[in-house]
Design a protein around this ligand. Structure first.
Ligand code: SF4
Length: 493
């Protein structure tokens, strides 16, 4: 066909949008383009180098420039789904079904960029600071994209995206949600607001970076709750101070009342904490949540103290108050009226606060992509999709995302969760339905693939892949080799 005969536009059939794309233009998702009448996937296929060789860390955003391009000699390349493209409708085989010999076993990897209308991200934010109440709505550009969910130890949690926001709301809500998920998964920063009115918090989240809460970059993740901190560091305090309060929004600890203090013969001090007593030396709700001491809203720790018991307390009683990250610390001595008066903090007590801080880990945001492998994904692997689900549950098929380990949830379906930092950079795309595009690979023995009802006629050898056009990345040292025999039940039989 000469150029004059070529149709002006070609149709992309890689997703339900079915764009007509003019020559030298891209489709709505910017992933496909019309190059002289040929539909091309714009991002290169990503291959992980040498998955059974010495593992070297994957450097964020940096490809291995020293790699010589020889994917066969000595190394076993793993063809990821990043840049592989998608197939639509569901009955079509996945874009790449690649086989190779792995230590004497014929293995196959079925590779596709899945279109996930049902997906979201879970964000773990290592901070005690108040970012919002459970169930508070998380907004980007004024659109709801998710909510605050149950806190975990030392971290706040967000649940973002999902079909409820991608397709269940207005068109703008879906578009903004998809864009926010895409940026989070590709490790970019997203600014969000949580809560309403006076209780609104601004939060900036980026995978692997510290959160920024109301313009303040978080530094440390707490060493433990207030009670745990009392239990961890008493030997730093005994003999240097009469009582210690570790201020915490969740569980404030008091040394003299705590079991730790009892076992170490710390005498009662007559201290009074304004909060709900749980067990001895452990108090809930000493203040409101906030961005002050220990994730409370207080800047003056004395606000959580009532009057000392005059029958027990004494003039000169020494009191240390410290937060769960050791970043806030104050020292007091009781005057003749048993009122705590600030005093210069002795070096030994300052050192104890520094020890608490030293034991805190850096505060980071973790972004975990979560999606369910549904129709097109499973049908692209086998003509009998439920068999793929069973094969995954029976540990005959290993699932990975961009070569990274995934957690497969128990129960029905193939619902996976993966840390985006374990995946190659720019692993995610989108289509304007709206939905996220994420790489997913299924690896199994060729013999098992045949039993599964796999698309055997589309099997190609890894040597058939155009490696010159591929992007090559090093194996992430944190994740397993997807083709390693130990991933599979048959290796243990
Ligand atoms: S949105 Fe992208 S994948 Fe979907 S039809 Fe258009 S170009 Fe193809």
């Amino acid at each position: 066909m000469n150029k004059a005969e070529k149709p002006e536009k070609i149709r992309c059939d890689a997703c339900p949008v079915m764009c007509y794309i003019a020559d030298q233009k891209t489709g709505a998702c910017d992933r496909y383009a019309n190059h002289g009448g040929e539909l091309v996937r714009l991002d290169p296929l990503t291959i992980i180098q040498g998955t059974d060789q010495k593992l070297v860390p994957f450097i964020s955003g940096v490809e291995d420039e020293d790699w010589n391009g020889d994917i066969i000699k000595g190394d076993r390349p793993f063809v990821t789904a990043v840049g592989a493209g998608t197939t639509y409708p569901d009955y079509k085989p996945a874009p790449f079904i690649v086989s190779q010999d792995v230590e004497g076993v014929d293995m196959v990897t079925v590779v596709t960029e899945g279109i996930f209308s049902y997906c979201g991200v879970k964000v773990k934010i290592d901070t005690d600071r108040h970012i919002g109440h459970e169930c508070d709505v998380v907004r980007v550009d004024g659109e709801p994209i998710g909510h605050v969910t149950t806190s975990e130890y030392g971290s706040k949690m967000l649940s973002l995206g999902g079909v409820e926001h991608l397709t269940g709301g207005t068109k703008k809500e879906g578009r903004v949600t998809c864009d926010a998920l895409l940026r989070l998964c590709n490790r970019e920063a997203v600014t969000m607001t949580i809560g309403d009115g006076a209780h609104q918090t601004e939060l900036v989240v980026a995978a692997g970076k510290p959160p920024i809460v109301n313009g303040v970059t978080e530094n440390l993740m707490r060493v433990g709750c207030g009670s745990a901190t009392i239990g961890m560091f008493p030997m730093q305090w005994i003999g240097h101070v009469d009582d210690v309060v570790v201020v915490d929004d969740h569980i404030t600890g008091v040394l003299s009342e705590h079991e730790t203090g009892k076992q170490l013969n710390v005498p009662a001090t007559g201290i009074k904490i304004l909060g709900r007593r749980s067990t001895p030396g452990r108090y809930f709700q000493v203040a409101n949540p906030g961005t002050g001491w220990g994730g409370t809203d207080i800047e003056d720790p004395l606000k959580i103290l009532g009057p000392f018991n005059p029958k027990i307390a004494w003039e000169g009683l020494r009191l240390l108050m410290v937060s769960t990250t050791g970043e806030q610390v104050a020292y007091f001595e009781l005057d003749a009226d048993l009122v705590p008066r600030p005093q210069p903090i002795p070096d030994v007590l300052r050192a104890s606060a520094e020890l608490i801080a030293e034991n805190c880990e850096p505060s980071v945001c973790s972004v975990l992509f979560m999606g369910g492998a549904g129709g097109s994904l499973r049908a692209g692997v086998t003509q009998n999709p439920v068999r793929l689900t069973r094969s995954v549950k029976e540990a005959l098929t290993h699932v990975s995302c961009g070569g990274a380990d995934v957690y497969v949830w128990p129960g029905g379906g193939i619902t996976v969760m993966v840390d985006v930092l374990d995946m190659p950079t720019q692993s995610f795309g989108y289509v304007p339905t709206p939905a996220l595009v994420a790489p997913i690979e299924f690896t199994l023995r060729v013999s098992d693939y045949q039993v599964l009802g796999g698309h055997m006629e589309h099997l190609k050898q890894v040597s058939d892949i155009n490696r010159d056009a591929a992007r090559h990345v090093t194996q992430n040292a944190k994740t397993r080799n997807p083709m390693a025999h130990e991933n599979y039940r048959w290796s243990k039989d």
